[in-house]
Design a protein around this ligand. Sequence first.
Ligand code: PEP
Ligand code: MG
Length: 584
Amino acid sequence: MEIIQGIPVSPGVVIGRVFTLDDNRRRIVRRHIPADTVDEQITRLNDALKASLEELGEVFTQAEQEMGTETANIFRFHIGMLADNTLIEPIRNMIRDQLVTTEFAVYRTFSNLAGQFAAKKDSVFTTKVNDIHDLSARVLHHLIGSHASRLNELDHEAVIIANDLTPSQTAGFNRDQVIAFATDLGGQTSHTAIVARALGIPAVVGCGRITDHATDNQAVIVDGDRGLVIFDPTEEKLDEYQAYIEQSHLVQISLDELKNLPSQTRDGVDITLTGNIEFPEEISTVLSSGGQSVGLYRTEFLFLTSTHEPTEEEHFQAYQKCVELLNGKPLTIRTVDLGADKYTQSQFETPERNPFLGLRSIRYCLRSLPMFKTQLRAILRASALGPIRVMFPLVTNPSEFRHARMLIRDTMEDLAEEGIAFDPDIKVGMMIEVPAAALMASTFAREVDFFSIGTNDLVQYTLAVDRTNERVAHLFNFAHPAVAKLVREVVRAARRRDVPVSCCGEAAGEPEYALLLIGLGLRTLSVTASSIPRLKRLIRSVTITQCERIAKKALTLESDVQVSVYLRDQLRKVVPESTDAAAV
Ligand code: PEP
Ligand code: MG
């Protein structure tokens, strides 16, 4: 038995058989052609491009139907690239000038481009590298059929093990056959991870050299809940996981029964559970999971799945769709949180050395005013259609919040002059993601309409641990007492001024951390849809007094390990069934 730890990007557990996928990036050797066959080679190129574009059009339509426009836009990006003459003309030139085969010219041009992107050492580029390889493989397939994926041979249920998967490969999976996947490469924010979640296929990425361990038909367990891939599991491990799956199934049934029951503690305190979304299409899952509204809409995904900066109309349509789907329930839109690992590095001539400490989030928006105002206009226009709140990410200084809020006022004036409707009383809040903001919460509380604590970044900046760096992942722990103290500070400051405060970081979705957060005074938690049912059960099983006692004790402990152990222990004691399905 071999257990490999990776990054869980799409939940669920399956037991199956391995099906290895070839690396698309197979080498094509340089072959020369006679000068009088150049035209013929260029015709081959044009035909292959045409066929690839047609195929992409179909993939786009299918993806749009199954996963919504935002996710499908990944393929619009592919289409845009193939239709871009600045990319394609050099291929033609190479055939003409160097007298090489079309396949070599395609392979070399795309590989060079991918190499340039990869050299930037930034996850945003890495994602694009994947897209470029994907496109290269597609065109090569139409030229020489070499990309004819092994997937075509798949005629049974299987777990795909690959070095990396492109978004279109993932979107093209037959869900009756591909029951899970695991890859050597990849990260939480890759397009492939987004598509996996949208399709509901359990997935683990960033496993290191998992492909070295896998052979076809080998028995494997993919644990998308904890990011584990287990090859050749022992009988005992299989039994454990069988039990886990059955138990998860039963747990799911019992959780479903709670869906329409109030999210209220045993001593009668309401805890509002809202959903975090990246795409409007996720709203139906949030609501069907028992979520009361959307507490965090990560609007930067409009940029991440598009070939261009979204227009005001594109922003507006996305927000309008959310408002319609929510049907009167509030929507909290976070203005674009670009930068660090998302998007901006590819726009800079020289990528930043420390992108997480660089021009990201509200800092980037305040330096990109036309882009920012475009989004604010769209948000304000949508606010006329239903209840919308707006919040700014990574605010560190009061001046940033004031500047951003002033831009909202300016935009309101513009809209009013143009006779366009908006909500003049729209609530304007901020994320608390930086220790400075947490410590200054009482100052901010005089000006903001609400706070939302983003524990992902708060942990990163408090503990000086890059949230995307697997080498220090063991140090990234919400249970660190320093983080809990900052959260307590924010809640106290908010209460003193009667400012609503919620938590929308990943920690809020973990039952043991939710115990702590509720104990620290939080009454609204915003989490991914799949975490809502389990959280509701926890809430309905505890009293506020229990949570407060737990938080008080946790704050006296001195390390993240001690707090983690204590919280797990308490969770087991106060709500034993919460840990049942996780007891493998
Ligand atoms: C956070 O930092 O906790 C948060 C919710 O924002 P994101 O994960 O999008 O950075
Ligand atoms: Mg954040």
